[in-house]
Write a protein that binds this ligand. Structure first.
Ligand SMILES: Cc1cc2nc3c(=O)[nH]c(=O)nc-3n(C[C@H](O)[C@H](O)[C@H](O)COP(=O)(O)O)c2cc1C
Length: 340
C-alpha cells in the first residue's frame, strides 16, 4: 500500500480513486520560472515531439519544451549525428530546421492543443536576431521562451554566447525588451564561470535558468580510426553527466534568486528528487526518452511514489532541502575552489 503523507493528512488513499487523483495533483503541482506547472517534469528541448502522444499522455507533462528553432533555415551537421557511449550519448545535430517563420506556421500549431504550457526554444547568431525571434514568437498559446545561448556568436569570436557573461547578458536583455513572456535561459556546462553567467542572466531579466545543455565531448571508433560523429565533436548527455550537472544546479541554486531548472541524465523519479534537493524548482528529461519513449510518465509515477514513501505531500518540500551535516550552504559551494 502507498504511504500517505503525515504532513498533509487532508486526503488519503482511503478517499478513493478521485481523492487519490487530487492527492497526486496536489503533490506534483508547482511553480517555476513564471509558470504554474502541473508537474515539475518536462521534456528537454530536442528530445520530444508531438508523435510521442501515441505512447504517452502529453497533457500530463509539466510543460512542452520544443526543439530549438533558429532564425533562418539550417541544414544541420554532417552524419552520423548521434552515437552511443557507455553511459550516455553523443549528439551533434546542428539545429536543422526551416527557421522561425516556418516553425510558427507549421510546427508550433501541432503542440498547442494538449493543454500543457508550451515553451518555445530559440537560438540565433546575433543579439538582434534573438530579439526579433522573441518578439515574433510571442504568440497566443506560447507560455514561455527558452533562450538557447549555446550557439556561436558570429559578431564576436564565434564562441557560444553562453561561454561569456557579457554576451549572455546582452542576449537576455534584448529578449527581455522584446517579449513580456517568462524567459528561461538555457546555459552551457562548458564554462568554468557558470554561476556568474547564471547571475548575469538573472540580472538581465531571466525568470529561470536551465542547467544545462550537453557537455562538449567526442568519441572515436578505433577499428575504422574515425570519429563517431560526422562533426567530430558533439554534446554528451545521459546518465554520465548527472553528477556534474547536479553539482552545477546546487551551485547555481545556492546563489540565484530566480528558479533553476535541472537537466542532465535523469532516468528515474529518485533522480528528479535529487535535483529538487539540490535546489532545482523543476527538471527537464532528455536522453532517456530515446531508450524508453514513455519515460516521462514513468518518472512522474516514480516521483509520486518517492514523495509518498518519504511522507512529502508536495514536491515543493524537496526543493533546496538538501541537508549537509556540519556544512553551511556557502561552505559547501566554495568547496569547488578546493582541489580534490
Ligand atoms: C538528440 C538531442 C537533441 C537535442 N537538441 C537540443 C535542442 O534543440 N536545443 C537544446 O537546447 N538542447 C538540445 N539538446 C540537449 C537536451 O535538451 C539536454 O539539455 C541534454 O540532453 C541533457 O539532458 P539529458 O541528459 O536528460 O539528455 C538535445 C539533446 C539530444 C540528445
Amino acid at each position: 500500500m502507498l504511504a500517505v503523507s503525515n504532513r498533509d493528512p487532508g486526503l488519503s488513499i482511503q478517499d478513493g480513486p478521485e481523492g487519490e487523483t487530487k492527492d497526486r495533483d496536489g503533490l506534483l503541482a508547482t511553480a517555476c520560472g513564471g509558470l504554474e506547472l502541473r508537474s515539475p517534469i518536462m521534456p528537454a528541448s530536442g528530445t520530444f515531439s508531438h508523435e510521442m502522444d501515441q505512447v504517452l499522455d502529453v497533457a500530463k507533462l509539466g510543460a512542452l519544451v520544443l526543439k530549438t528553432t533558429t532564425f533562418g533555415p539550417r541544414a544541420g551537421n554532417p552524419v552520423p549525428r548521434v552515437s552511443e557511449t557507455s553511459d550516455g550519448m553523443l549528439n551533434s545535430i546542428g539545429l536543422p530546421g526551416g527557421g522561425f517563420e516556418h516553425f510558427s506556421e507549421s510546427t508550433l500549431p501541432k503542440y498547442l492543443h494538449y493543454g500543457s504550457p508550451v515553451v518555445v526554444s530559440i537560438s540565433a547568431e546575433t543579439v538582434v536576431q534573438f530579439g526579433q525571434m522573441a518578439q515574433a514568437l510571442t504568440l497566443p498559446g506560447v507560455a514561455a521562451i527558452e533562450v538557447n545561448v549555446s550557439c556561436p556568436n558570429i559578431e564576436a569570436d564565434g564562441k557560444a554566447f553562453a561561454m561569456s557573461k557579457s554576451a549572455t547578458a546582452s542576449v537576455v536583455a534584448e529578449v527581455r525588451a522584446s517579449t513580456n513572456l517568462p524567459i528561461w535561459v538555457k546555459l552551457t556546462p562548458n564554462t568554468g564561470e557558470l554561476v556568474d553567467i547564471a547571475l548575469a542572466s538573472q540580472n538581465s531579466g531571466a525568470d529561470a535558468v536551465v542547467i544545462a545543455n550537453t557537455i562538449l565531448a567526442m568519441g572515436i571508433d578505433a577499428p575504422t580510426q574515425k570519429p563517431t560523429l560526422g562533426n567530430v565533436m558533439g554534446g554528451l548527455s545521459g546518465p554520465a553527466i548527472k553528477p556534474i550537472i547536479l553539482r552545477m544546479v546546487y551551485q547555481c541554486a545556492s546563489k540565484l534568486e530566480i528558479d533553476v531548472i535541472g537537466c542532465g541524465g535523469i532516468q528515474s523519479g529518485v533522480d528528479v528528487a535529487e535535483y529538487l534537493l539540490a535546489g532545482a524548482a523543476a527538471v527537464q528529461v532528455g536522453t532517456v526518452s530515446f531508450v524508453d519513449p514513455t519515460a516521462l510518465v514513468r518518472i512522474e509515477d516514480e516521483l509520486v511514489d518517492f514523495c509518498r514513501s518519504q511522507h512529502h505531500s508536495s514536491v515543493r518540500e524537496l526543493v533546496g532541502a538538501l541537508e549537509i551535516p556540519g556544512h553551511s550552504i556557502n561552505t559547501a559551494v566554495n568547496q569547488m575552489d578546493v582541489a580534490p
